[in-house]
Design a protein around this ligand. Structure first.
Ligand code: HEM
Length: 520
């Protein structure tokens, strides 16, 4: 019997019809029905714009994040069959999972690396969305949901960090929750609320466990579902809003900007589907009465493909690629498990998890409330406000918006790569806080001086840019780049360059053979 007749028998069977209600999706009608009739499939539109499928646009980071979250749900559920959230039994059960349970170590490794990678993927996805201007109308609110997703992801990862109940977990959470304690007025209440007491103990473990296995996953499921629904309702990805015609330049583009920098040049659109390619010998004006071209010039009938099978195949490839990478990671390196938590023996250096170690680095340079609460608070508010500060629609879906935007990002990155490491080093050498102790009031050395210095370093590129009359998008590009690159520098410094006593050391000369990678 031929394949065709087998397919026919299958798709005509009662079982197939009871679920799919249509034939094999090899024609436009059945492909559309497939997408609208199933719970999973209906998350997708029937057709998607080709531009939003380009790897160079989204890099699949949103889907990668979802895959990592699914792996976390699966491996986390397996771990829950054995884990007991009690200060006496948590650590022994972790040991048992690693040594006595088939694939226990592997499951824990997958869970740990997927958690780290998810935090990384969310940060990169947010940066991608920002640099492609995809936060612009009508996607402003989805950006806001995204900022909450970022915070929830950090919360989910942070609360999981305590559960192994080893020294690394205990001291990382002690350092991390101390930062919350620096909030003015409500700091100690907040910390007590989080820990269920003054110290990290049984109450903290059960609170973190509940937040980790219940509250944050539920919030993530709800917020991701809403985020995906909004992507659909906002008309798909912003990439498709980039004009097909190469002469449509966004505002703020320098006159000499390369027009073909637009990632949808004529060559790119594919001559085979352009109905009326632009002809340079024609003016397209109607006897001087009308200017411009007809909407069909340089356009195809539709720049879309059916979701089945292309989008589903791409998603499958991302799923397999991400899980394969996690497999390799888990085979190459085990999740760490140190000695059992002991509140009487401090580990040195005691570091927060890597995504908060940038804040710990900042704490070395200014008053803890300024570093731990005010600056992160201002950053989150800035992230939330971006789409409302830059409310023009132009340039959405295009990396850096224009050639000039690209140059601004490049120069701002180079600037930040010079000034922020210099600030860390100089402040570490001179330590004005110590030098001025007793000479000036504390609020001057711990608050005023750092605010003025950091404020100037952040504002300087914007002040320089004013000479070229920047658009709001270009100011956002500058501020976001200073913020993003600074966060990376502070994180790298706190993670790789801080050794015992949280002092700065060259990474190749860490005392006592301290290896920061063991803290992951
Ligand atoms: C758990 C975290 C997150 C998940 C699972 C997620 C998932 C996704 C997915 C699958 C897409 C479709 C496009 C793509 O794959 O890139 C998307 C688009 C989008 N996401 Fe997220 N996201 C998350 C966090 C964030 C964050 C932190 C932000 C911003 C702060 C954000 C803002 C957006 C916006 C504005 C879009 C539309 C992008 C466009 O039109 O090009 N998301 N997200």
């Amino acid at each position: 019997m031929s394949i065709e007749s087998w397919t026919n028998r299958l798709t005509q069977s009662r079982l197939w019809r009871s679920y799919f209600r249509h034939g094999w999706p090899d024609n436009p009608l059945d492909r559309s029905l497939l997408m609208t009739s199933g719970l999973f499939f209906h998350l997708h539109p029937v057709k998607v714009n080709r531009k939003s499928l380009r790897w160079s646009y989204s890099m699949g980071l949103g889907i990668i994040t979802i895959v990592l979250f699914l792996v976390l749900l699966f491996t986390g559920t397996l771990l829950m069959f054995y884990y007991i959230p009690s200060v006496e039994r948590a650590y022994p059960t972790m040991k048992a999972i690693q040594t006595g349970i088939p694939l226990g170590q592997f499951t824990r490794d997958m869970h740990r690396w997927a958690a780290h990678l998810m935090v990384l993927a969310v940060i990169l996805h947010a940066a991608r969305v920002f640099y492609t201007g995809a936060y612009k109308a009508p996607r402003q609110f989805n950006w806001v949901i995204g900022v909450f997703l970022l915070l929830i992801t950090l919360g989910a990862s942070f609360t999981g960090y305590l559960l192994p109940w080893d020294q690394l977990a205990y001291w990382a959470i002690t350092v991390g929750t101390n930062i919350a304690g620096y909030a003015p007025i409500i700091g100690s209440v907040l910390r007590t609320l989080l820990l269920g007491g003054r110290e990290v103990g049984q109450n903290a473990l059960i609170r973190f466990y509940t937040l980790h296995i219940m509250v944050f996953p539920l919030l993530l499921i709800l917020a991701i579902s809403y985020h995906m629904w909004r992507v659909r309702k906002d008309g798909g990805l912003a990439a498709q809003e980039v004009s097909d015609t190469p002469d449509a330049e966004p505002e703020g583009t320098a006159p000499e900007a390369d027009q073909h920098d637009d990632n949808t040049s004529l060559a790119d659109t594919g001559r085979d589907w352009v109905i009326f390619p632009r002809n340079p010998s024609k003016t397209y004006g109607l006897v001087e009465l009308m200017s411009g071209t007809s909407p069909m010039v340089n356009r195809g009938p539709e720049n879309t493909v059916f979701s089945f099978p292309i989008v589903l195949l791409l998603e499958l490839i991302i799923f397999l690629g991400t899980t394969f990478l996690l497999f390799l990671f888990s085979l190459a390196r085990h999740a760490p498990l140190g000695e059992m938590a002991n509140p009487t023996i401090t580990i040195d250096p005691a570091k927060a998890p890597w995504y908060f170690v940038g804040l710990q680095e900042l704490l070395e340079h200014m008053h803890p409330t300024l570093a731990g609460i005010v600056i992160p608070g201002v950053l989150v508010l800035f992230l939330l406000a971006i789409p409302y500060l830059d409310n023009s629609r132009s340039g959405a879906g295009r990396w850096f918006t224009s050639a000039r935007g690209k140059r601004i990002v490049l120069w701002t990155t180079l600037y930040t790569l010079v000034v922020m490491p210099a600030y860390i080093l100089l402040d570490n050498l001179i330590t004005p806080r110590e030098a001025l102790r007793g000479v000036l009031p504390g609020y001057v050395s711990q608050w005023l001086i750092p605010i003025v210095v950091i404020g100037l370093l952040v504002a300087l590129p914007v002040l320089i840019l004013r000479r070229w009359r920047p658009t709001p998008r270009e100011i956002m590009l500058t501020l976001f780049t200073v913020m993003f690159v600074s966060a990376v520098i502070f994180t790298l410094s706190g993670f790789f360059l801080r050794g015992p006593g949280f002092k700065l050391y060259p990474p190749w000369n860490m005392p006592g053979g301290y290896n920061p990678l063991n803290d992951l």
